[in-house]
Write a protein that binds this ligand. Structure first.
Ligand SMILES: C[S@@+](CC[C@H](N)C(=O)[O-])C[C@H]1O[C@@H](n2cnc3c(N)ncnc32)[C@H](O)[C@@H]1O
Length: 308
């Protein structure tokens, strides 16, 4: 199993690490972006991830860069509480969504092309996709699929009704069971997009994953609290994979026009070559910003006590 970091050259170019910079990688994953940052300059990187499986990959990077890398297992919405007053950053990276390690591990239950128990919890804690599919009302499931999967309301209702029917006979235990229910409900035909095909079950799986991991609230909360841990002129790079993620990033920046300026005029997307090599990159949208603090330092007026 391995993970190819998306838009790697473009992201490192955007954050342009310099000697002595302190960089926060909020979505460490397999450490692909972290490694490239550490190799690009004599900088320091602090990695965060909520998936316990990422810890062993972080330990391997710590072994190679003992003084220039640290890692904490936590949700990125908790970053500003966990990091102490001294831990201000010159650059921050968010590479949203899931890693190939998570998708490729059938036991994590993220992928409809691999038989595994329906789970989808990145942190391995809390409500799973199994719980949602088997115990939520038909109306709530339709709302989840519509809101987070971007399915039309009529397709979302058809899928939710098929889920409700199927679970009367037996609990929906596995990823492939859910996939077949969705395919039967809305037709097997895959949607054809540039360079790839999108399976009929893709949006339902995305919806359950976003719901189970509370992904949109996580992004909004992390961005809202970010300024507390930024140095003046800090750079922020975000890689989104769908309009719901990207919309939160855009709103966050738009609401702070006085202190946040975009680095590029337009968003950066993967080249045709990158998409062919790594199909996951086909929907990636890279945005970069510079944060200029307008007030004198207002971070941690409690002297950092909240973080200790
Ligand atoms: C797309 S992968 C990042 C891959 C990484 N950039 C690399 O090159 O290896 C996203 C990672 O973010 C983590 N993640 C997603 N939501 C999170 C959250 N709210 N808090 C912390 N980590 C999160 C996932 O567990 C996953 O490992």
């Amino acid at each position: 199993m391995f993970h190819i970091p998306v838009l790697l050259t473009e992201t490192i170019g955007m954050l342009s690490p310099q000697k002595g910079d302190r960089i926060l990688d909020c979505t460490f994953g397999g450490g692909g972006h972290t490694k490239a940052l550490l190799e690009a300059a004599d900088c320091y990187v602090y990695g965060l991830d909520c998936d316990p499986d990422s810890t062993k990959r972080a330990e391997s990077i710590k072994g190679k860069y003992p003084d220039r890398f640290d890692f904490t297992l936590c949700k990125f919405s908790q970053a500003s509480e966990i990091l102490k007053e001294r831990d201000k950053f010159d650059a921050v990276l968010f590479d949203f969504g899931m890693s190939s390690f998570q998708v490729d591990d059938a036991s994590r239950g993220f992928s409809f092309s691999k038989e595994g128990r329906l789970d989808m919890r990145m942190s391995l804690e809390g409500l799973s996709a199994y719980d949602a599919a088997n115990s939520f009302s038909e109306e709530d499931i339709a709302a989840i699929i519509h809101s987070y999967g971007n399915e039309s309301i009529s397709r979302a209702k058809k899928i939710a009704s098929a889920i409700a029917e199927a679970r009367k006979l037996k609990a929906i235990e596995t990823t492939t069971e859910l996939r077949e229910i969705v395919r039967k409900a809305v037709g097997f035909s895959a949607v054809h997009k540039k360079y790839s095909k999108i399976d009929a079950a893709t949006k339902t799986f995305q919806a359950f994953r976003i719901f189970v991991n509370d992904e949109l609230t996580e992004i909004d909360s992390a961005l809202t609290k970010l300024s507390r841990i930024l140095n003046d002129n800090a750079k922020i790079a975000t890689i989104s994979f769908h309009a719901l993620e990207d919309g939160i990033v855009k709103n966050w920046a738009r609401a702070r026009k006085d202190c946040i300026s975009p680095i590029n005029k337009s968003v950066i997307k993967a080249s045709k070559e990158e998409i062919l090599e790594n199909p996951r990159s086909r929907s990636a949208i890279l945005r970069g910003f510079v944060y200029n603090k307008k007030e004198e330092d207002y971070s941690f007026k409690d002297g950092g006590k909240a973080a200790s």
